[in-house]
Design a protein around this ligand. Structure first.
Ligand SMILES: NC(=O)c1ccc[n+]([C@@H]2O[C@H](COP(=O)([O-])OP(=O)(O)OC[C@H]3O[C@@H](n4cnc5c(N)ncnc54)[C@H](O)[C@@H]3O)[C@@H](O)[C@H]2O)c1
Ligand SMILES: O=C(O)CC[C@@H](O)C(=O)O
Length: 403
């Protein structure tokens, strides 16, 4: 069980996190380093944490970005460790790169650039070759074409808005769409009830779903077989959302004109119809700074106040402080745990001032403010309840980081 009352939090950074975000973590409260033993918090971007030993001291993981498939979320669930991310903070950067990808493909820009690079001779010869050769790169325009967007979250929605403005027809498929996304989606986006339907009707298809067991190889041989001839497929989500063999087969038989993606692989390298970028979707100054600032603020609020906003494994739970004494409990979402926690507090004669409890799937999280300090034995008693995964005592800190 980590030391819950400690006031200095050690932050291990596994990737470069923008300085403007790290600066939000004041040195009075946080010690930051790339070589930290027994960290309280791990900050990460794309570093693969699956094979890494994650010390018992860790109370939170912060992903400065959207995708969390590089983090062993299930292992963290068992320990009651929230995995934070920064939804939307890099969405515009990805949207812009997808637009660039669509234009690179629709205007054959990559082979055209290669053609020019390889021209030889003086200017006169070069101009002659340009005029004779350019017809092979003749492309198509976007207005009137159909873009199918798979996943209408933060990125998918921005892409829908931008491409509608360019005069495209937009089809969307998202069986798990959130209420927030549905509200903010343009009414001009047509709903596809089946992904096969979207794939059949689209000239361009762009993937914007998280990688998990239900989306791994979402684009397989069967779906490629449903595509129109000369489809342009864009994948700025994750490599394994597509079956690369199916993509290469689709290219070979003329179904896929271009596969534009952000995830290089040996199989895809040197394929003329594949445009691969080096995972550049979120690589803008703006996105990197947005993600770093957002994750820093979420971590500060969690370590100081136990508040949870934007994780992939916990419910959002926030409560204004009305008393200086607070405990935060992560527990399995099973009957009677709340009752047992309250009993431990009643046994210590503690009066509950305010309380909030929420669950998400198998995880539940409770914040309890008390009128009096919580004795160490009470924290130990709560930690000993079967199903309790993590308890933190959070007396109001003498030094508070600004949020
Ligand atoms: N290339 C990059 O640098 C980069 C940057 C940011 C995000 N990403 C990737 O893009 C993904 C999406 O990012 P976001 O910010 O839009 O996330 P988001 O959570 O806002 O949106 C994801 C959407 O996918 C939907 N979805 C889930 N399963 C689906 C399925 N089987 N079929 C259709 N829709 C499904 C969800 O309902 C949700 O609306 C991330 O998970 C990440 O892997 C890549
Ligand atoms: O941090 C990055 O550069 C990539 C982030 C991106 O893949 C994401 O899922 O947010």
């Amino acid at each position: 069980m980590p030391d819950m009352t400690r006031q200095i939090f050690k932050v291990l950074t596994l990737n470069a996190i923008a300085a403007v975000g790290l600066k939000r973590l004041p040195p009075e409260l946080f010690q930051i380093g790339q070589d930290m033993t027994d960290p309280d918090v791990v900050l990460v971007r794309s570093h693969n944490m699956h094979d890494m030993h994650i010390p018992e001291s860790v109370i939170a993981i912060g992903r400065a970005g959207a995708g969390t498939n590089n983090i062993p979320v299930n292992r963290m669930n068992a320990r009651g460790v929230p995995v934070f991310n920064t939804p939307g903070a890099n969405a515009n950067a990805v949207k812009e790169l997808v637009l660039a990808g669509m234009l690179m493909a629709s205007r054959n820009l990559i082979p055209a650039l290669r053609f020019v690079d390889n021209l030889e001779g003086d200017d006169q010869t070069l101009h002659e070759q340009v005029e004779a050769g350019k017809k092979q790169f003749s492309g198509m325009e976007l207005p009137g074409r159909t873009l199918g967007i798979v996943g209408l979250g933060k990125i998918g929605r921005l892409l829908a808005d931008a491409t509608l403005k360019l005069g495209m027809k937009v089809l969307g498929y998202d069986p798990k769409i959130t209420v927030e996304s549905a509200w903010s989606l343009s009414a001009e986006v047509q709903k596809a009830h089946q992904i096969e339907d979207l794939v059949r009707r689209s000239h361009f298809i762009s993937l914007h779903v998280p990688l998990n067991d239900s989306t791994r190889h979402l684009i397989d041989h069967d779906l490629v077989a449903c595509m129109q001839k000369n489809t342009i497929l864009l994948n700025f989500s994750r490599d394994a959302i597509v079956d690369e063999d199916a993509i290469l087969m689709g290219i070979e038989n003329g179904t896929i004109k271009y596969y534009v993606c952000d995830f290089p692989s040996r199989k895809l390298q040197h394929q003329p119809a594949v445009i691969t970028l080096p995972h550049l979707g979120a690589s803008t100054q703006e996105a990197e700074e947005n993600c770093a600032m957002m994750i820093a603020d979420q971590i500060i609020d969690y370590v100081q106040n136990g508040n949870i906003l934007h994780t992939v494994n916990f419910p959002d739970v926030t409560m204004e402080r009305e008393s200086p004494f607070r405990i935060a409990v992560a527990n399995a979402n099973v009957p009677n745990l709340l009752g047992q926690i309250s009993t431990c507090m009643a046994n210590a004669g503690l009066n509950i001032h305010n309380m909030v409890n929420k669950s998400r799937g198998e995880m539940a999280y409770t914040l309890v403010d008390t009128d009096n300090p919580v004795p160490a034995e009470t924290i130990t008693a709560i930690a000993g309840i079967s199903g309790v995964l993590m308890v933190r005592y959070l007396p109001e800190p003498s030094f508070k980081a600004n949020l």
